[in-house]
Design a protein around this ligand. Structure first.
Ligand SMILES: [Zn+2]
Ligand SMILES: [Zn+2]
Length: 97
């Protein structure tokens, strides 16, 4: 019987749906909710928090990668200043061998 278990439930009238898209369609047609769209991939969402969660989960990595790139630029400057110290340590280590 659990084969017919439906995953998505309308919060307004508790009607259940197999797919999120069906729930969105229902929400839009029956409750006239404004459907939010991800501006990156066009995926639809009922709640702004769902959209934000999706953007963070699905597209957040891309934004992180971009942020890291700019971070690395700053970090490289630090590495350049400590590069001399690392080199001298490596030389000492080599001498001990
Ligand atoms: Zn409903
Ligand atoms: Zn998206």
């Amino acid at each position: 019987m659990d084969l017919f278990h439906k995953k998505y439930k309308c919060e307004v009238d508790s009607e259940k749906f197999n797919t999120y898209l069906e729930l969105i369609e229902h929400s839009r047609k029956v409750h006239h909710n404004t459907i939010l769209k991800c501006n990156k991939c066009g995926k639809q969402f009922i709640h702004e928090k769902d959209r934000l969660h999706h953007v963070r989960e699905e597209h957040g990595k891309e934004m992180d990668a971009r942020a890291h790139k700019t971070e690395h630029k700053h970090k490289n400057k630090d590495k350049e200043s400590t590069q001399g110290q690392v080199d001298s340590k490596m030389k000492k280590f080599g001498d001990n061998l």
